[in-house]
Design a protein around this ligand. Sequence first.
Ligand code: ADP
Ligand code: MG
Length: 631
Amino acid sequence: MTISTGTAPETRSFEADVARLLHMMVHSVYSDKDVFLRELISNAADACEKLRYELLSDPALAGDDGQPRITVTIDPDARQLIVEDNGIGMSEVELAEALGTIARSGTRAFMERVTAAKEGNREGEGAQLIGQFGVGFYSAFMVADKVDVFSRRAGADTAAHWASEGLGSYTIQLVDPAEGPARGTRIILHLKDDAKSYTEQFTTQRIITAQSGHVPVPIFLKEKPDAEEKQIADGAALWTRPKSDITAEEYTDFYRSAAGQFDEPALTLHYRAEGLHEYSVLAFLPSTRPFDLFDPDRAGRMKLYVRRVFITDEAQILPRYLRFVRGLVDSNDLPLNVSREMIQESPVLSAIQKGVANRILSELDKLAEKDSEAYRKFWDDFGAVLKEGLYEDFARRETLLGLARFKTTAGGEDWRSLKDYVEAIKDNQTAIYYATGTDLDRLSSSPQLEGFRARGIEVLLLTDQVDSFWVTAGVDYQGKPFKSVTQGLADLSLIPLADGEAPATQASAEVDGFIAYVKDVLGEEVSDVRASERLTESAVCLVAPDNAMDRQLEKLLAGAGRLDNAAKPVLEINPRHELIVRLGTLPQDSSLREDAARLLLDEARIADGELPADPRAFSARLARMIGGAIQ
Ligand code: ADP
Ligand code: MG
C-alpha cells in the first residue's frame, strides 16, 4: 500500500460494512453516548500495554518517555476533545487498516442486534452493545462530526494523519512528524453541537473516572490546551490492592471497562494463589449472557499478565466451557521475557490453568449451596455452556455433574440436581432416565415417557444441543448410568405402577398375532416391532434399537450431514391400548389390516415430529380409513 505524502491527502472509501456501521452509530445508537470516551480510553490503554510488552524485547523503543500515559485535553473554544496516548502508535498502513476496514467477526452481529433493538423500541441497548462487539473507535462519531487521528508508531520517524467526517470516506496522508505526537496516537474530536457538554471539565472528568478509573495506565486531564494537567486516575492495577480496600463499585467499574460489559457482575472472585506458584486472579461472572457466547472465535478470554505487564489474551487460561468468565491472571513467576508462543508450553501456565478452573468450579458450588436463587439465574444463563465440560473435561466430570441442573418430569419449572434425582430414585431403578429433544413442552408430552410417568419414575428432559453429546459419552452418576427413554428395551417390569396397580398382564394371543403381522408387513422399514412396556396411553411409539444411537442424537447428526446411515427404529405397540386390542380382532383377510399396520408406523413418526415415509400413500390410506368409518 502506498500512502500519499506532502500536501494532498488521499481520499478512500470505507468498506461497506464500516460505512453501514457508522451510519448506525450516528442514527440508531443515540442514548448513552458517554461510552465513546470509554472506548477511546480503552484503545489508548491497550496501545500503552502493547508498547510495554514490546519494550521487554526492545527497551530502546521507550526513548526518553518511558512512562505510559493517557492525556485528555478539553478545548472549549474550538469545541474539541483530544485523547492522546504515548503507546505503540500506528504506522500509516496500520492506521488505514485499523480504521478503514473491519474484519471483525462481531460487526455484522452487532448491526443486526442494534437493528433488532431499534425495532423493539429498545434503543438504549445499542450503546451497551458497542464495547462488547469491538467496534469501539467508531463510537467517536456519535459525538463528533469530524475526527482527526495523528499517529506515530514507536520507533518510526514518520507520522500519519487520518481524518473523516464519518460518512462514506476518510483521508490519509503522511505528515511532518512534528504535527503528530512524539510517539503514540492523538485523536481529535470535533464535537457536534449537541455534544458540547463534553467540553465541561467536570462532566468529562466524572465520566472518565466512573468508566475508566481502573484502566492500568494513568490518565491526565487538561481543562484547556494551555492549562496545567492534573492526574485523574492513577493507573494502579486494581487487582494488586488488598480486597478489603476495594469497594463493590470499583470492582464493577473495573469489570465493565475490562470486559466491555454493562451489567453488574453476578460473582466477583479476587484472590491470590500462594505456594508453588504465585499469581493473582480477578475474575467475574457476568449477569447477562455475552452475545458471543457461542462464537468460537471470540470465546472467553481471560487476560494474562506477568508482574502487571499485559502479555496476551490468547493463553486459554480457562477451558472452553468456562468461556463466560471474564477477568485476568497476573503471574509472579512466569519469566517476563517469555514469548507468547512459549507461554503455552510453560508448566507455570498449566498450573495456573488448573488452579483457576478448579477455583471457579468450587466457587460455583458454594454459590449453589449459599444462594440457590443466584445459582438458578447463573444456570439459566450459562448452564448450556458449562455442560460442554461433561464431555470435554473428563477429570472434572464428577464436579460438573454435581453442578448441573435439569428440568425433569418431577420438577415442573424448577431445576433439579442429580443429587435430588438419586434421592428420589425408585426401588429397583438402576438407571438415570432422560429424554432429549428441542422443545420442553413437546418433550414432556412424548409417548415414550408414559410408562415412566405411570411408575413415578423421574425423567430428565434435556433440550440443549450439547445434551445429546454428553449423555452418550459413557457418563454415570453415583454408579447409575444415563439411559435414554427412546433407546432399547425399557425394562420397567420390576417397578410397580404408581397407583398401585400391578403391571399389565400378558397380551392376548390375538394381539400378539396382530403385532407379528405388523412386523411382517413393515419388513425392512423398521428394525423390530414389539409390545411395549413404556406406553400406557398412546398406541404406538418409535424407539432406537438396543445398541443404536439415541434417536435425537441421530437426528442432530443427520441434520449436520454427519451421519451416513441412520439405524432403523423399533416400533413399539401398546398391547393394552383399546385400538390395538380391537385391531387384534380383525379377521385375517380384512383389507383394513395392512392399512392399519402402515398407519400405525406413520402415527409414531408424526408423534416424533417426522413426516410419514410416503406422504401420498399416507393420505390415501387415511382417506380409505375415514371412508370406511363413515359407511
Ligand atoms: P478494538 O479495540 O476492539 O480492536 P476499536 O474499534 O476500538 O476495536 O479499535 C480498532 C483498532 O484500531 C484497534 O484494534 C487498534 O489496532 C487500533 N487503534 C485504535 N485506537 C488506537 C490507539 N490509540 N493506538 C493504537 N492503535 C489504536
Ligand atoms: Mg477498542
